[in-house]
Design a protein around this ligand. Structure first.
Ligand SMILES: Cc1cc2nc3c(=O)[nH]c(=O)nc-3n(C[C@H](O)[C@H](O)[C@H](O)COP(=O)(O)OP(=O)(O)OC[C@H]3O[C@@H](n4cnc5c(N)ncnc54)[C@H](O)[C@@H]3O)c2cc1C
Ligand code: SF4
Length: 492
């Protein structure tokens, strides 16, 4: 145990400062102040609050099975190098989860029963940042080559984790990606102010040095000139991993939807991320000078909010169809579950208004065909369904509307159909207990298998799927199965 009295002596969570709002709205950089080396003492002090519980419930919260009490003790003892080893033992990409994970481990932390939980996520990111600064993150080249080949379709966190594990196991791995750059939602979904792309580039460089090959601009199973057909895919590779994400946005089918100025959130965020990459966008969707309404109160909505504020929106309002979540756990969300709470993310700190119980019933369209407003009604609940209450309609002015209502099932449909892969009623890829789809030699992981989820689940599934593929190819495996299909967060 790090410090037997640490949790008694230090009861508060100490987290890095965020940059002042007016300053951070002027750029796209991450919202945190640059970390000074001396500040690592604060991180060690926080690690010392860990009680090294007999049953570490933080493990229940994290699908990766991160060895949290072990790296807490190492950080407390300032053995950062060994802490980095322990971190990488269960997580290929702690720099992504350490920045963007909602940290279900902290919701499950035993200290959270009567004190603020250990700052696990900040300890994680401090370890990996220090490891990169010290040059400890080196390519891990395979000890032998198996002569077997694997195609990983999709380069989001699930595909990347599967590819890294399989390359290190000695297979010849090619990641095929339809976008022009690898990274999936890490690249074109999550904005720079939450996850600077230099972290992604650094990890991709490590993967390339280890031997993973990346082929971008190739839609597998598509019909364009750069497409790769299913026959070529099956004949060139001994196994295939489908990690094609859940990129089909949920639509809002109400009158006026076809008006100019109404866009799915991902169209908007992709363009904004491309702009930050330095790409030229000929007809950009921009919030500059506009009254923006974001439909959907989740993380994607918050990412749209932070982006619109940085682009100079005149006003931004986020609409949530449900009730305002509580600020603290209530009886329906007891420890150690991950509660749905009223969240103040960095983007919420920066501006905008939020409305709850707001059902959109239609759009107002001006003479030029552009959106000028939304008709909204108060939501009421009928037999568990959310419906607009008659007689409560009002009009909200809007010149840009972003629809951030989630996603409905697996991306890469054309490929799945061409392969003959079956889907569930929810539109996700059917797979068995070893990540096999209904087609022999084809495996799956991440959002296309689980449905829209989190980076941490995508990495966990990618790692576990790699173990299943290795076993399929070699008859046995020493790769870890971090998670089994169908495993879910702790609920009541
Ligand atoms: C805006 C937004 C913000 C988010 N923020 C967070 C966050 O802060 N924290 C968090 O934990 N989670 C967040 N998430 C969720 C998280 O990003 C996803 O759960 C995760 O990226 C899923 O990983 P994946 O590898 O399964 O799929 P993806 O990251 O979606 O990657 C799938 C890849 O497959 C490619 N592809 C699809 N079909 C084909 C084909 N036929 N051929 C070749 N390539 C193909 C796609 O182009 C894509 O690059 C966010 C999601 C969104 C949309
Ligand atoms: S549950 Fe919290 S206090 Fe207990 S081992 Fe995990 S991080 Fe430490």
């Amino acid at each position: 145990m790090a410090d037997p009295r640490g949790f008694l002596r230090h009861r508060d969570r100490e987290l890095p400062a965020r940059r002042p709002v007016p300053l951070r709205l002027m750029d796209w950089r991450e919202v945190y102040e640059a970390r000074e080396k001396g500040e690592l003492g604060v991180v060690s002090r926080q690690a010392g609050r860990c009680m090294d519980c007999g049953i570490p419930f933080c493990h229940q919260g994290c699908p990766l099975g991160n060895l949290i009490p072990e790296w807490n003790e190492l950080v407390y003892r300032e053995d950062w190098r060994e802490a980095s080893e322990r971190l990488h033992a269960t997580n290929n990409f702690p720099e992504f989860t350490g920045r963007a994970c909602p940290a279900p481990c902290e919701s499950s932390c035993v200290l959270g029963i009567n004190q603020p939980p250990v700052t696990i996520k900040n300890i994680e990111v401090s370890i990996i940042d220090r490891a990169y600064e010290e040059g400890w993150v080196r390519p891990v080249e395979p000890a032998r080559h198996t002569g077997r080949s694997v195609a990983v379709v999709g380069s989001g966190p699930a595909g990347l984790a599967a590819a890294q594990q399989l390359t290190r196991a000695g297979h010849s791995v090619v990641v095929l990606e339809k976008d022009d750059r690898p990274g999936g939602l890490l690249r074109y979904g999550i904005p720079e102010f939450k996850l600077e792309k230099r972290h992604l580039e650094r990890r991709l460089a490590q993967m390339r040095a280890e031997g993973t090959r990346f082929r971008t601009g190739i839609e597998v199973g598509g019909s364009g000139p750069d497409a790769l057909d299913v026959e070529q895919l099956r004949s060139r590779f001994d196994a295939v991993v489908l990690a094609t994400g859940a990129g089909i946005p949920r639509e809002l089918e109400v009158p006026g939807r076809e008006a100019v100025g109404i866009h799915p959130a991902m169209d908007y965020l992709t363009q904004a991320n491309r702009h930050v990459e330095g790409d030229w966008i000929s007809d950009p969707i921009t919030a500059e000078g506009k009254d923006v309404v974001i439909i959907g109160g989740g993380d994607t909505g918050a990412d749209c909010l932070g982006t619109a504020l940085r682009q100079g929106a005149r006003s931004v309002r986020t609409l949530a169809i449900g009730t305002r979540p509580p600020e603290e756990r209530d009886e329906s969300q007891p420890w150690p579950t991950h509660p749905v709470l009223f969240e103040v993310s960095s983007a919420h700190e920066e501006g905008g208004e939020r409305s709850y119980l707001a059902s959109t019933t239609g759009f107002e369209v001006d003479d030029s065909g552009a959106v000028s407003g939304l008709r909204i009604a108060r939501t009421s609940y009928q037999d568990g369904r959310r419906i607009p209450t008659p007689g409560t309609e009002s009009v909200l002015p809007a010149t840009l509307v972003l629809i951030a209502m989630g996603f409905v099932g697996a991306g890469g449909r054309a490929l799945h159909e061409a392969l003959g892969v079956e889907h569930t009623a929810r539109g996700t890829v059917v797979h068995d207990a070893t990540w096999r789809t209904s087609v022999d030699g084809v495996f799956t992981a991440g959002d296309c298998a689980r449905g829209q989820s989190l980076i941490v689940w995508a990495i966990a599934e990618g790692r576990a799927c790699a173990a299943a593929v290795d076993e399929h190819l070699m008859g046995r495996t020493s790769l870890p199965y971090s998670v089994r299909p169908g495993e879910n967060p702790v609920t009541v």
